[in-house]
Structures are given as C-alpha cells and as structure tokens.
Design a protein around this ligand. Structure first.
Ligand code: AMP
Ligand code: GLY
Length: 431
C-alpha cells in the first residue's frame, strides 16, 4: 500500500513510525520529512504548505492514503484538493479547520450547541472590549481570534492586565491580523487535559488522553513553546470523565460543525480544563498535538491506517483504535535558548544506546557524513514507554541521560507529581 505522510516534525516521525509498525510492507513516503524519517520512508523535497506540489505528486503517484500532520496544509485546502482529485486524504477540509483557526467562530458554535465553555464575548472594536472588562468582576483571559503560533492567549490576573492585553492584541497588533478581533473569556481554574478523538462527520472514537507542557522551564517558568513534554494516559481522565467529554463535548461539537456545513474528519484535539463544574473547552486543535502524538501513537492499539481509511469513508464506529493500557512520557531535548535564539549544528551522541522501552522521535535534526546534528529548536522527543506513567518516566529520563549534544536544554519535571527546580541547559545542571 502506498502512503504519503505530510510534515517534517517529531509528530510526523511518530506517524511514520506507527505506519511502519502496523504496515511493515507499506510503500511509505514523507514530504518533506527529516533525517530520521528518511530511514523509514522515502522523503520527497516538497514543503508541507506546497499544496500545488503535493497535489501534483499525488496525482502522478496515486497514494492510497495521504496523512496530513500539521494544520497549515489543511487550512490551505490540501485535503479538499486531494479529495477532488479522487485521492483519499486524512485530515479536515479547509472549512473545518476553523475549529482551530478562529476562536470567535468556534466559541459561537460551541455556545449555540450548549458545549461547556467559559463565559465568552467577542469584540471587533477595542473600546467595546475595554467596556466589557470594566463591567466584569471575574479574572479574564484575552485571546486573539486567529492563529498566533500558540502565543495569542493572555491569561490576566487583574483588570489592568486585561486592558493591556486588549491593546497589545487589537491596537499594537502584536499578533498581526490574528488580533483583528478578540475573545474575552472568564478565567477558569483546574488541571488541563487533552483528549484526542478520531472523527468522521458525527461518528468518533476517543483514542487517548495526554497532558502537555508548554513553558520552556521546570515549574512552568519561562516562555511559551510549541510543547516541551507530554505524557499519556492522564490519571484524571478516568472512564467517567472521558464518557462525559464524549457525551457533552465531542459529540455535540461534531454535530454542530456538521450542521454548520463543515463536517469534521480527522483527529480532533480537545484542550480542556477540569473545573469544579466539570470539563470545559479551552481550545480545539484539528490535528494530533506535537509532542502529544509521540505519547499517544505508541500507546494505542489497533490499525491506524485502517482507522484513517474508515474515517475518510465516513464512519469510525467499528474502528478498533483505543488506548492499549500502557503509558508513555516524552521529554523534548531542545537547543539551549529555545524558544528564543539558539545555535544549531551540534553533534548528537548516544542515539544508538537508548535503553529498552525508549524511542527517539526526531524534530530538528540533520544527517551529515559523520553522524546526526541538531538543526532546530526542538531537536528530539525522547519517549519512555512502560506499564504506567512512573515506569515510562524512568525510562524516558534514563534515555535523556544517554543522549547528549552541546548546550541541550530540557525540563526535568515532565510527568512528575511534584515539580522540580527550574531546569536550564545540560551544561548548567549537575547530573
Ligand atoms: P489556548 O491557546 O487557547 O490553548 O490557550 C493557551 C493556554 O492558556 C491554555 O493551555 C490555558 O493554560 C490558558 N487558558 C486559555 N483559556 C483559558 C481560560 N478560559 N481560563 C484559564 N486559562 C486559560
Ligand atoms: N503541543 C501543543 C500543540 O500541538 O498544539
């Protein structure tokens, strides 16, 4: 079977690894891929957002399945274009990507559908948003409507901070056009939880839960990043919570998207907060998370390729894809300084000496004659797998100790119940 995976990060390495594991004989391609993906797939030098190039390649090579990793190609219409060409592509239509790309549209959709969300109001004029803040008594969160690389959400402690956030987003346009309108939301409190479901219109199956770590340093300090760690499963996400999330959140959201004329096919990533009143939706993403995919894909049983094909055909109710009862912990090794400025081109040692149960998913690496070198901010997702989260965590950190490069940086508190001291670069932390 010929399969094309689109993307080049750790998530796409995990997708290729999983397809290889399920389908050892697959004729697997990845565009553009990376150094490690090239070991298990044929890489094609086409960028993930080169929609014309990807469609032309697919029409010429007729893959039986195209799996789209990141959101951008979906938002640019890759899945629509491939479907029109008669090629089965797994991911949402451009219209359905609004669940991730417009917080205003999604908030209104969810509110109408009765899906639990924090009290929210959308504004197109800064003055109206300021008036709303003046009339509010609760702490607030101010969100740029559009995509802002995960940075357009400002959690405020005081009304002054909320006023400043409105100006930063709408007046100073710190996030560009993403800030043409804002959603001002009641601030909720509680642990966060991500739930992943494979969806086809209104049918869906939950495939796992994860918790991710967005701040660069231990104890949730430092700047927001694309994600520097994750683990699965999450103990809070017991069967009752997941049933509640299915019944009151994912089911009604899919129904509402379908009723709005943009049925959702793909992986829906629900970012939730577990409040005293139950789970509420903080955000949706329309794809696997990165690095959440690196902990979900190694702990899911069933045939991923068959499940994706069933989703494209419109029904995942009979698909056997579910958590396998094991656990995984991912610790991201980053270049020192990430997400600010950092150096690349450092030689990586120890990748051939990983302990049993460990996996290394590559995000920013390149192969040179004498080995593998760093080539990005997030370099590797080091994953430990085991029967439970503590066992998986031990393996992940044992593997982290093996893999070295100059000025690497990682958090020491991924999946720890108690938070450890602030992590810095490897050079600065006594081992
Ligand atoms: P988002 O990009 O919407 O996921 O928001 C980024 C982060 O902001 C989330 O992971 C939460 O930690 C926080 N956040 C977003 N919305 C709220 C809210 N209504 N109440 C409290 N925290 C929030
Ligand atoms: N790790 C967060 C994301 O993929 O959006």
């Amino acid at each position: 079977m010929k399969i094309l995976v689109v993307g080049s990060g750790g998530r796409e390495h995990a997708l290729c690894w999983r397809v290889r594991a399920d389908r050892p004989d697959a004729d697997l391609y990845c565009a553009p891929g990376n150094a490690a993906i090239a070991e298990i797939a044929t890489t094609i030098p086409l960028a993930a957002d080169d929609i014309g190039g990807l469609v032309a390649w697919s029409v010429a090579n007729r893959p039986e399945l195209v799996i789209v990793g990141p959101e951008d190609p979906c938002a640019l219409g890759l899945v629509d274009r491939l479907s029109e060409a008669g090629i089965r592509a797994f991911g949402p239509s451009a219209a359905a990507t609004r669940l991730e790309s417009s917080k205003a549209w999604t908030t209104e959709l969810l509110d109408r559908a009765g899906v639990p969300i924090p009290d929210s109001a959308t504004f197109e004029a800064p003055g109206d948003a300021h008036d709303y803040v003046d009339d509010s008594v609760e702490p607030l969160v101010v969100k740029a409507d559009g995509l802002a690389l995960g940075k357009g959400v400002l959690v405020c402690d005081t009304p002054d901070e909320a006023h400043a956030a409105i100006d930063a987003i709408m007046v100073e346009r710190q996030f560009g056009d993403a800030g043409a309108s804002v959603v001002v939301q009641e601030r909720c409190f509680g642990p966060e939880l991500s739930v992943f479901a494979i969806c086809a219109g209104t049918s869906f199956q939950i495939i796992g839960s994860a918790r991710d770590y967005k701040r660069a340093y231990d104890d949730d300090r430092g700047l927001n990043t694309g994600g520097v760690g994750a683990y699965s499963p999450v103990a809070d996400a017991d069967e009752a919570i997941l049933q509640d999330v299915a019944d009151r959140i994912i089911g009604p959201t899919l129904q509402a998207a379908s009723d709005a004329g943009c049925p959702f096919t793909g992986v829906l990533y629900a970012g939730l907060m577990l409040t005293e009143e139950g789970p509420v939706v903080i955000e949706f993403n329309i794809r696997f998370g990165d690095p959440e995919a690196q902990v979900i894909l190694p702990t899911t049983r069933g045939d991923l390729v068959a499940a994706m094909l069933a989703a494209i055909d419109g029904d995942v109710t009979r698909v056997d894809l579910a958590p396998d009862g094991s656990a995984a912990v991912c610790v991201v090794l980053a270049s020192g300084g990430y997400p600010g400025s950092y150096e690349t081109g450092q030689k990586i040692d120890g990748l051939d000496a990983l302990p049993p149960g460990a996996l290394a998913f590559h995000a920013g690496t390149e192969t040179r004659n004498d080995g593998i070198y760093t080539a990005g901010g997030r370099v590797l997702g080091i994953v430990g797998t085991g029967p439970d989260v503590p066992a998986a965590r031990e393996i992940a950190y044992a593997a982290v100790d093996q893999v070295t490069f100059h000025d690497s940086q990682w958090r020491t508190d991924i999946a720890a119940t108690e938070l450890a001291p602030v992590g810095q670069s490897k050079a600065a932390v006594p081992s």
